[in-house]
Design a protein around this ligand. Structure first.
Ligand SMILES: Nc1ncnc2c1ncn2[C@@H]1O[C@H](COP(=O)(O)OP(=O)(O)OP(=O)(O)O)[C@@H](O)[C@H]1O
Ligand SMILES: [Mg+2]
Length: 273
Protein backbone atom coordinates (compact mmCIF):
# COMPACT_ATOMS: atom_id res chain seq x y z
CA UNK A 1 0.00 0.00 0.00
CA UNK A 2 1.14 3.49 -0.69
CA UNK A 3 -0.21 6.80 0.49
CA UNK A 4 1.11 9.83 -1.31
CA UNK A 5 0.48 13.17 0.42
CA UNK A 6 -2.95 12.05 1.59
CA UNK A 7 -5.25 14.42 3.44
CA UNK A 8 -8.75 13.93 4.76
CA UNK A 9 -11.28 16.60 5.67
CA UNK A 10 -14.54 15.53 7.33
CA UNK A 11 -17.90 16.74 6.01
CA UNK A 12 -18.08 19.41 8.71
CA UNK A 13 -14.79 20.87 7.47
CA UNK A 14 -12.65 19.35 10.23
CA UNK A 15 -9.26 18.25 8.94
CA UNK A 16 -8.36 14.81 10.32
CA UNK A 17 -5.32 13.95 8.13
CA UNK A 18 -2.73 16.11 6.39
CA UNK A 19 0.22 15.24 4.14
CA UNK A 20 0.42 11.52 4.97
CA UNK A 21 2.95 9.62 2.84
CA UNK A 22 3.57 5.96 3.65
CA UNK A 23 4.66 2.75 2.00
CA UNK A 24 3.56 -0.50 3.61
CA UNK A 25 4.92 -3.68 2.07
CA UNK A 26 2.97 -6.90 1.74
CA UNK A 27 3.19 -8.89 4.98
CA UNK A 28 4.46 -5.97 7.06
CA UNK A 29 3.18 -5.49 10.61
CA UNK A 30 2.73 -1.86 11.56
CA UNK A 31 1.43 -0.29 14.77
CA UNK A 32 -0.10 3.18 14.68
CA UNK A 33 0.03 5.02 18.00
CA UNK A 34 -0.73 8.53 19.14
CA UNK A 35 -3.01 10.52 21.43
CA UNK A 36 -6.78 10.60 21.12
CA UNK A 37 -7.90 12.60 18.08
CA UNK A 38 -4.55 12.09 16.28
CA UNK A 39 -6.26 10.62 13.21
CA UNK A 40 -5.56 6.90 13.74
CA UNK A 41 -9.10 5.74 13.00
CA UNK A 42 -9.33 8.04 10.00
CA UNK A 43 -6.07 6.63 8.64
CA UNK A 44 -7.24 3.04 9.14
CA UNK A 45 -10.50 3.85 7.35
CA UNK A 46 -8.64 5.43 4.43
CA UNK A 47 -6.43 2.31 4.16
CA UNK A 48 -9.54 0.12 4.23
CA UNK A 49 -11.19 2.19 1.46
CA UNK A 50 -14.14 3.10 3.63
CA UNK A 51 -13.06 6.76 3.36
CA UNK A 52 -11.87 8.33 0.13
CA UNK A 53 -8.95 10.74 0.62
CA UNK A 54 -9.85 14.40 0.14
CA UNK A 55 -6.34 15.01 -1.21
CA UNK A 56 -3.42 12.94 -2.44
CA UNK A 57 -3.40 9.41 -3.73
CA UNK A 58 -3.78 5.91 -2.33
CA UNK A 59 -2.48 2.78 -4.04
CA UNK A 60 -3.27 -0.78 -3.05
CA UNK A 61 -1.63 -3.61 -5.00
CA UNK A 62 -0.18 -1.01 -7.36
CA UNK A 63 -3.50 0.61 -8.32
CA UNK A 64 -5.76 3.38 -7.08
CA UNK A 65 -8.80 1.62 -5.56
CA UNK A 66 -10.94 4.66 -6.30
CA UNK A 67 -10.54 4.10 -10.03
CA UNK A 68 -12.00 0.56 -9.74
CA UNK A 69 -15.63 -0.01 -10.64
CA UNK A 70 -18.15 -1.07 -8.00
CA UNK A 71 -17.44 -4.79 -8.43
CA UNK A 72 -13.66 -4.28 -8.41
CA UNK A 73 -13.94 -2.29 -5.19
CA UNK A 74 -16.15 -4.98 -3.66
CA UNK A 75 -13.61 -7.66 -4.60
CA UNK A 76 -10.80 -5.63 -3.09
CA UNK A 77 -12.76 -5.05 0.12
CA UNK A 78 -13.46 -8.78 0.45
CA UNK A 79 -9.68 -9.19 0.84
CA UNK A 80 -9.54 -6.67 3.67
CA UNK A 81 -10.50 -7.67 7.22
CA UNK A 82 -11.35 -4.88 9.62
CA UNK A 83 -11.45 -5.20 13.41
CA UNK A 84 -13.43 -2.30 14.80
CA UNK A 85 -13.11 -0.98 18.32
CA UNK A 86 -16.84 -1.59 18.74
CA UNK A 87 -17.60 -4.46 16.40
CA UNK A 88 -20.77 -3.71 14.38
CA UNK A 89 -22.49 -7.01 15.23
CA UNK A 90 -26.32 -7.17 15.26
CA UNK A 91 -27.34 -8.08 18.85
CA UNK A 92 -29.57 -11.11 18.19
CA UNK A 93 -26.99 -12.77 15.99
CA UNK A 94 -25.32 -15.93 17.25
CA UNK A 95 -21.57 -15.84 17.78
CA UNK A 96 -21.01 -18.58 15.20
CA UNK A 97 -22.87 -16.60 12.52
CA UNK A 98 -20.96 -13.43 13.37
CA UNK A 99 -17.66 -15.26 12.89
CA UNK A 100 -18.71 -17.04 9.69
CA UNK A 101 -19.79 -13.67 8.30
CA UNK A 102 -16.06 -13.01 7.89
CA UNK A 103 -16.14 -15.08 4.71
CA UNK A 104 -19.44 -13.77 3.34
CA UNK A 105 -17.56 -11.62 0.83
CA UNK A 106 -15.82 -14.74 -0.51
CA UNK A 107 -18.90 -16.98 -0.58
CA UNK A 108 -21.70 -17.11 -3.11
CA UNK A 109 -24.93 -15.39 -2.07
CA UNK A 110 -26.61 -18.79 -1.63
CA UNK A 111 -23.90 -20.21 0.56
CA UNK A 112 -23.99 -17.03 2.67
CA UNK A 113 -27.77 -17.15 3.09
CA UNK A 114 -27.75 -20.87 3.84
CA UNK A 115 -25.07 -20.32 6.47
CA UNK A 116 -27.40 -17.92 8.31
CA UNK A 117 -29.83 -20.81 8.81
CA UNK A 118 -27.44 -23.70 9.38
CA UNK A 119 -23.87 -22.65 10.16
CA UNK A 120 -21.77 -24.21 7.42
CA UNK A 121 -18.48 -24.37 9.28
CA UNK A 122 -19.14 -24.24 13.02
CA UNK A 123 -15.86 -26.08 13.66
CA UNK A 124 -13.88 -23.42 11.78
CA UNK A 125 -15.62 -20.72 13.80
CA UNK A 126 -14.88 -22.58 17.04
CA UNK A 127 -11.19 -22.82 16.14
CA UNK A 128 -10.96 -19.07 15.54
CA UNK A 129 -12.84 -18.36 18.77
CA UNK A 130 -10.66 -20.77 20.75
CA UNK A 131 -7.59 -18.68 19.85
CA UNK A 132 -9.30 -15.88 21.79
CA UNK A 133 -10.42 -18.03 24.72
CA UNK A 134 -14.04 -18.05 23.50
CA UNK A 135 -14.25 -21.59 22.15
CA UNK A 136 -17.14 -22.37 24.52
CA UNK A 137 -19.35 -19.47 23.37
CA UNK A 138 -19.87 -20.54 19.74
CA UNK A 139 -23.66 -20.86 19.96
CA UNK A 140 -24.33 -17.98 22.37
CA UNK A 141 -26.19 -14.91 21.25
CA UNK A 142 -23.99 -11.83 20.80
CA UNK A 143 -26.19 -9.74 23.12
CA UNK A 144 -25.33 -12.12 25.96
CA UNK A 145 -21.63 -11.25 25.71
CA UNK A 146 -19.64 -8.56 27.48
CA UNK A 147 -18.04 -5.69 25.54
CA UNK A 148 -14.63 -7.36 25.72
CA UNK A 149 -16.04 -10.71 24.59
CA UNK A 150 -17.77 -9.02 21.65
CA UNK A 151 -14.52 -7.31 20.74
CA UNK A 152 -12.88 -10.75 20.63
CA UNK A 153 -15.70 -12.06 18.41
CA UNK A 154 -14.78 -9.23 16.02
CA UNK A 155 -11.16 -10.42 16.05
CA UNK A 156 -12.21 -14.07 15.58
CA UNK A 157 -14.27 -13.02 12.54
CA UNK A 158 -11.15 -11.57 10.90
CA UNK A 159 -9.02 -14.62 11.85
CA UNK A 160 -11.67 -16.79 10.19
CA UNK A 161 -11.80 -14.52 7.13
CA UNK A 162 -8.05 -14.94 6.43
CA UNK A 163 -7.83 -11.64 4.52
CA UNK A 164 -4.73 -10.35 2.72
CA UNK A 165 -4.86 -7.14 4.74
CA UNK A 166 -5.88 -6.94 8.40
CA UNK A 167 -6.79 -3.49 9.68
CA UNK A 168 -7.41 -3.35 13.42
CA UNK A 169 -8.62 -0.15 15.05
CA UNK A 170 -8.05 -0.29 18.81
CA UNK A 171 -8.81 -4.02 18.67
CA UNK A 172 -8.18 -4.70 22.37
CA UNK A 173 -9.32 -1.48 24.06
CA UNK A 174 -11.98 -3.33 26.11
CA UNK A 175 -9.75 -6.21 27.24
CA UNK A 176 -7.77 -6.86 30.40
CA UNK A 177 -3.96 -6.82 29.98
CA UNK A 178 -3.57 -10.60 29.67
CA UNK A 179 -6.33 -11.02 27.10
CA UNK A 180 -5.21 -7.89 25.23
CA UNK A 181 -1.72 -9.34 24.91
CA UNK A 182 -3.06 -12.75 23.84
CA UNK A 183 -5.47 -11.20 21.31
CA UNK A 184 -2.86 -8.98 19.67
CA UNK A 185 -0.65 -12.08 19.62
CA UNK A 186 -3.42 -13.96 17.76
CA UNK A 187 -3.62 -11.21 15.13
CA UNK A 188 0.16 -11.22 14.72
CA UNK A 189 0.22 -15.01 14.45
CA UNK A 190 -2.51 -14.85 11.78
CA UNK A 191 -0.47 -12.38 9.76
CA UNK A 192 2.67 -14.50 10.16
CA UNK A 193 0.85 -17.68 9.11
CA UNK A 194 -1.00 -16.31 6.09
CA UNK A 195 1.44 -13.57 5.08
CA UNK A 196 -1.28 -10.96 5.58
CA UNK A 197 -0.30 -7.35 6.10
CA UNK A 198 -1.34 -6.12 9.55
CA UNK A 199 -1.91 -2.48 10.47
CA UNK A 200 -3.21 -1.87 14.00
CA UNK A 201 -3.95 1.33 15.84
CA UNK A 202 -3.27 0.88 19.54
CA UNK A 203 -3.57 3.02 22.62
CA UNK A 204 -1.34 0.68 24.59
CA UNK A 205 2.21 1.63 23.65
CA UNK A 206 3.65 -1.46 25.30
CA UNK A 207 1.62 -3.76 23.00
CA UNK A 208 2.78 -1.81 19.95
CA UNK A 209 6.41 -2.11 21.00
CA UNK A 210 6.15 -5.77 21.88
CA UNK A 211 4.43 -7.12 18.78
CA UNK A 212 5.14 -4.81 15.82
CA UNK A 213 8.44 -4.41 13.95
CA UNK A 214 7.40 -0.94 12.71
CA UNK A 215 5.70 1.86 14.63
CA UNK A 216 4.09 5.01 13.28
CA UNK A 217 3.46 7.85 15.73
CA UNK A 218 0.66 10.26 14.80
CA UNK A 219 -0.43 13.56 16.24
CA UNK A 220 -2.96 16.14 14.98
CA UNK A 221 -3.48 14.34 11.69
CA UNK A 222 0.19 14.04 10.75
CA UNK A 223 2.91 11.39 11.02
CA UNK A 224 5.38 12.45 13.73
CA UNK A 225 7.65 9.43 13.35
CA UNK A 226 7.69 6.25 11.28
CA UNK A 227 10.46 3.95 12.46
CA UNK A 228 11.50 0.38 12.97
CA UNK A 229 10.24 -0.23 16.50
CA UNK A 230 13.81 -0.90 17.67
CA UNK A 231 14.64 2.72 16.81
CA UNK A 232 11.73 4.24 18.76
CA UNK A 233 13.09 6.01 21.79
CA UNK A 234 11.48 6.89 25.09
CA UNK A 235 11.97 10.59 24.25
CA UNK A 236 9.97 10.16 21.02
CA UNK A 237 7.15 8.50 22.93
CA UNK A 238 7.07 11.19 25.60
CA UNK A 239 7.05 13.86 22.91
CA UNK A 240 4.14 12.12 21.17
CA UNK A 241 2.05 12.02 24.33
CA UNK A 242 3.33 15.30 25.79
CA UNK A 243 -0.14 16.85 25.95
CA UNK A 244 -1.45 13.88 27.96
CA UNK A 245 1.08 14.46 30.73
CA UNK A 246 4.26 12.45 30.81
CA UNK A 247 2.63 9.12 31.52
CA UNK A 248 2.72 6.69 28.62
CA UNK A 249 -0.51 4.77 28.01
CA UNK A 250 0.24 1.12 28.70
CA UNK A 251 -1.84 -2.01 28.86
CA UNK A 252 0.49 -3.50 31.42
CA UNK A 253 1.69 -6.56 29.52
CA UNK A 254 4.33 -8.44 31.38
CA UNK A 255 5.96 -10.99 29.11
CA UNK A 256 9.05 -11.46 31.18
CA UNK A 257 9.39 -10.36 34.78
CA UNK A 258 13.17 -9.90 34.37
CA UNK A 259 12.72 -7.18 31.77
CA UNK A 260 10.00 -5.32 33.68
CA UNK A 261 11.91 -2.31 34.91
CA UNK A 262 9.13 0.22 34.48
CA UNK A 263 10.43 0.87 31.00
CA UNK A 264 8.08 0.05 28.14
CA UNK A 265 11.04 -0.18 25.81
CA UNK A 266 12.16 -3.27 27.69
CA UNK A 267 9.07 -5.04 26.34
CA UNK A 268 10.20 -5.18 22.73
CA UNK A 269 9.78 -8.69 21.41
CA UNK A 270 13.00 -10.27 20.16
CA UNK A 271 11.51 -10.54 16.63
CA UNK A 272 10.84 -6.81 16.62
CA UNK A 273 14.45 -5.68 16.82
N1 LIG B 1 -17.28 12.07 11.55
C1 LIG B 1 -16.48 13.08 11.91
N2 LIG B 1 -16.80 14.36 11.62
C2 LIG B 1 -15.98 15.37 11.96
N3 LIG B 1 -14.79 15.23 12.57
C3 LIG B 1 -14.43 13.97 12.89
C4 LIG B 1 -15.24 12.84 12.58
N4 LIG B 1 -14.61 11.71 12.99
C5 LIG B 1 -13.46 12.15 13.55
N5 LIG B 1 -13.35 13.48 13.50
C6 LIG B 1 -12.23 14.31 13.98
O1 LIG B 1 -11.06 13.93 13.25
C7 LIG B 1 -9.93 13.88 14.11
C8 LIG B 1 -9.29 12.52 14.02
O2 LIG B 1 -10.22 11.58 14.54
P1 LIG B 1 -9.87 10.03 14.67
O3 LIG B 1 -11.11 9.36 15.07
O4 LIG B 1 -9.22 9.60 13.40
O5 LIG B 1 -8.79 10.07 15.84
P2 LIG B 1 -8.14 8.85 16.65
O6 LIG B 1 -6.66 9.04 16.63
O7 LIG B 1 -8.66 7.58 16.13
O8 LIG B 1 -8.67 9.12 18.13
P3 LIG B 1 -9.01 8.05 19.30
O9 LIG B 1 -7.69 7.61 19.85
O10 LIG B 1 -9.77 8.86 20.29
O11 LIG B 1 -9.82 6.94 18.70
C9 LIG B 1 -10.42 14.25 15.50
O12 LIG B 1 -10.12 15.61 15.73
C10 LIG B 1 -11.91 14.04 15.43
O13 LIG B 1 -12.59 14.94 16.27
MG1 LIG C 1 -9.78 6.05 16.96
Amino acid sequence: MRLDDVGYVHANGHRALAGISLDIARGERVAVIGPSGAGKTTLVRVLGTSLRPSEGRIEIDGGDPWTLGASGLRRLRSRIGVVHQNAPIPPRLRVVTAVLAGRLGAWSTWKGLASLLVPSDAEGAREALARLDLGDRVFDRCDRLSGGQLQRVGIARVLYQRPDLILADEPVSALDPTLADQSVGALVEASETTGATLVASLHAVDLALKWFPRTIGMKTGAVVFDRPTAAVTRAMLHELYATEGRVLPEQGVEPNADTRVGNVLALKRPGCQ
